[in-house]
Every structure is written in structure tokens, then in C-alpha cells.
Design a protein around this ligand. Structure first.
Ligand code: OAD
Length: 371
């Protein structure tokens, strides 16, 4: 199974165990499981320029390469298997910081933890050495009330309309599930906070148990007799395998995808970022984000991972659309253009009221702002 790899060499952790040989072997082992044989074959043919198909472009299925064109493509029932790919940017309006935004991103605000590099806080080798900073941060970030954003409800609406093939998320905040997406529609590529396991004996613990430990300011330790292993939430750290479900779903899903919508991610972390190149060459790709991203991998991975370069601007562009906006605004605009705008607003209102009611029933009610 693929391991989560940061592809920006400037941000690679620099511990002794991260030497090139070990990393190269890890990456190759991971790739063996992640890439199915036909994909690997095609990919190598392309990279070694052995492909018979000289013209690498696909055909244009949008009547116009724009958000309006994508909206008409959906409205005219020309797509039925939409995949959404998301990152931290879809949850910032719920009050959860992203990782790499300058100033507000988590990685710009970890100085007090004295880390060798910001990513160390989510790196498994560092966690084995010193788990404390992760749990201090987990306490700081533990959300009081989990409130899905308008963007989450847009994804839910795609599902309600029978158009969502799958939602792939790098987020561990579970907001997709809270918004009402069924479990089988979500692939949590970087794991979840919902369950935890002892790193030594693998005993499973619940979110409530973990929350109690985190708020008691202790590093959670296994309660099995003779086991004092550290218990870690099941989120995927750098250097750990991605969930099996990710590998199981990716192949068939991306082969069948007829519209890819990517939202709120810098596309800096592999193998997630390169998923965007696994759709067919005809498949339109809409990227809604505050900033444009160049997702092409750098360094060692540049050869082995498929590039995900988009063509948003050239004269040859035929399927890639970049909408520079917040995910919430981008989704609302798309919904308006399709003719779902009012329905989306109603869904948000109804669901938010439901969450407020549930909170009111609980011991410490916290009001969720209507969006
Ligand atoms: P990043 O912080 O790398 O990227 C978030 C992107 O969302 C940035 O390009 C922002 O400009 C954009 N953004 C922020 N707020 C937005 C908004 N309201 N609307 C639209 N765009 C917005 O986060 P990810 O790409 O999710 O792994 O990061 C991927 C992985 O790197 C994470 O899963 C995490 C991290 O290391 C872990 O190890 C936990």
C-alpha cells in the first residue's frame, strides 16, 4: 500500500532514519501495492515515451472550458460518476486551520513545539521518539462543535442527486460524515480520528477514550496487562501505509469517473495529489481553491509518480477549469449555475438547525451559526 510522502524536498523530515536508501525502498514497496499492473504498464510506456498514442490529449466534452461549461455538463445529465477530492481548505470555514496557508496554516504556527521541521508532528518516526507534541496539538485543535460547511453540503447534494461516485478526503475531521454522506461514499485517505490503536498490541480504543486522555494532558497508554504501548489515533502519519480501502477503491473509481472536482487542497502530498491524473484524458477536472497549485511532484518521486499537471490557461486547454474562490463560494456559484442554488441553501439551513437541536439536547450546548 502506498505511504504518505511529502514531495517537496524542502519540507522533508531530516531525521537519521530518513536516509535516501530507506526512503527509496519504502516508496518502491508502497508503489508496488498502490499501482495496479495495467496502470503501471501504461505509466511506464508514457514516461519512457513508448506510447503509440503520440497525441496525448483527449476529446473535449465540455461545450465551454469554464465553470459555466461544467455547470451545463452536470445540468444536461452528461455525467453520472462525479468524484470529489478534498483537503483542509474545505473545512477552514468551520474554524479548522489548514496546513500550508501562509500565516494561518498549522505548519506556520508550531514554533513552540521545537520540532525539527513542522511536518515532524505528523511523522511516525518522530512520534515514536516523542509523541507529546502531537497530543498537545490534538488538545488545542479538538473541535468543540463539528459543523459541516456549505461545501460539504454541496458534496452531499451531489450524492442526493445520485451523481456522486465517491468523495476522497485527506481530512480527518469527519465533517463529510456529519454532513450526511454515507460511509460507503467516503474514502478517508489519511485515516480518521474516530478510532485509535495501541502501537504495540493493536488494541482498539474509542474516540471518547482518546478524548478523555487528550484532555487529561497525558500521552495515552494501552490498558492491556503487560502492555504499555502508546495509543495513537488512526490518522495516517507520514511514513505510514494508507488505509486498504484507499487502494481498493482508487482503480475502479477513477477509471469510471466522468467529472473530477478538486477542492481546498494544495495537492502537495502524495499519493493523494496524483489521483487527479488517474481519470481518463477526456474527463473534465474542476479545481476550486484560493490559490492555484502546481501538483507535479518534485525530486525522486518526479519520475515514479504520474504528473498531475493541469492546463487551465493554454490555447490547447480542453478540460481543466480553475475557479479561484473559497470552496463555499465556488460550490454555491456552481449550484446556482446548475439551478440548485436555492435547494442547496435550504439543505444547509435544515441540516444546521438539526445540528443545533442535537447540541441543545446535549449537556454543553453550543450554538452553530447558520450559514
Ligand atoms: P494544505 O494546507 O496543504 O492546502 C490547503 C489549500 O486550501 C491551500 O491551497 C489553501 O490556499 C486552500 N484554502 C484554504 N482555505 C480555503 C477556502 N476556504 N476555500 C478554498 N481554498 C482554501 O492542506 P491539504 O492539501 O489538505 O496530512 O494538505 C494535505 C495533507 O498535508 C494533510 O492531509 C496533512 C498535511 O500534512 C497529515 O499528515 C495530517
Amino acid at each position: 500500500m502506498a505511504e504518505k510522502e511529502e514531495t517537496d524536498p524542502k519540507t522533508q523530515p531530516k531525521s537519521d532514519s530518513e536516509n535516501v536508501g530507506v526512503n527509496a525502498q519504502k516508496v518502491l514497496d508502497g508503489l508496488n501495492e498502490f499501482l495496479d499492473p495495467s496502470f503501471l504498464g501504461n505509466f511506464m510506456r508514457e514516461r519512457l515515451h513508448l506510447s503509440d498514442d503520440v497525441d496525448e490529449s483527449g476529446k473535449q466534452v465540455l461545450d465551454e472550458v469554464s465553470v459555466e461549461g461544467v455547470a451545463r455538463y452536470i445540468k444536461d445529465n452528461k455525467c453520472k460518476n462525479i468524484i470529489t477530492m478534498a483537503g483542509a481548505g474545505i473545512s477552514t470555514s468551520a474554524g479548522i486551520p489548514d496546513f500550508r496557508s501562509e500565516g494561518s496554516g498549522l505548519y506556520d504556527n508550531l514554533q513552540k513545539y521545537n520540532l525539527p521541521c513542522p511536518e515532524a508532528i505528523f511523522t511516525i518516526d518522530y512520534f515514536h521518539e516523542n509523541p507529546k507534541p502531537f497530543f498537545v496539538l490534538a488538545k488545542e485543535l479538538f473541535p468543540g462543535t463539528l459543523t459541516p460547511t456549505p461545501c460539504h453540503y454541496f458534496i452531499r447534494m451531489l450524492h442526493d442527486k445520485g451523481l456522486l461516485l465517491r468523495h476522497y478526503t485527506q481530512n480527518i475531521d469527519t465533517l463529510e460524515r456529519i454532513s450526511g454522506l454515507p460511509d460507503d461514499k467516503v474514502v478517508e485517505a489519511h485515516g480518521t480520528f474516530h478510532t485509535s490503536h495501541c502501537l504495540t498490541c493493536k488494541k482498539q480504543y474509542t474516540l471518547e477514550w482518546m478524548k478523555e486522555k487528550i484532555f487529561s494532558d497525558v500521552v495515552p497508554q494501552c490498558e492491556e496487562t503487560d502492555c504499555e504501548g502508546v495509543v495513537k489515533p488512526d490518522i495516517v502519519f507520514f511514513g505510514e501505509a494508507l488505509p486498504k480501502r484507499f487502494a481498493d477503491c482508487v482503480g475502479p473509481d477513477f477509471e469510471n469517473c466522468d467529472l473530477l472536482i478538486i477542492m481546498g487542497t494544495s495537492l502537495k502530498v502524495q499519493p493523494f495529489a496524483s489521483l487527479s491524473s488517474r481519470v481518463s484524458k477526456d474527463c473534465p477536472r474542476l479545481y476550486i481553491n484560493l490559490q492555484a497549485a502546481d501538483p507535479a511532484p518534485a525530486g525522486f518521486l518526479a519520475f515514479f509518480m504520474p504528473t498531475s499537471s493541469f492546463d487551465f490557461d493554454s490555447e490547447k486547454k480542453y478540460r481543466d477549469v480553475f475557479k479561484q474562490a473559497t470552496c463555499d463560494d465556488g460550490c454555491q456559484q456552481l449550484a446556482d449555475l446548475i439551478g440548485w442554488g436555492k435547494e442547496l441553501k435550504t439543505l444547509i439551513k435544515t441540516e444546521t438547525e438539526k445540528i443545533n437541536k442535537e447540541n441543545a439536547k446535549s449537556e454543553k450546548p453550543e450554538k452553530v451559526k447558520a450559514v
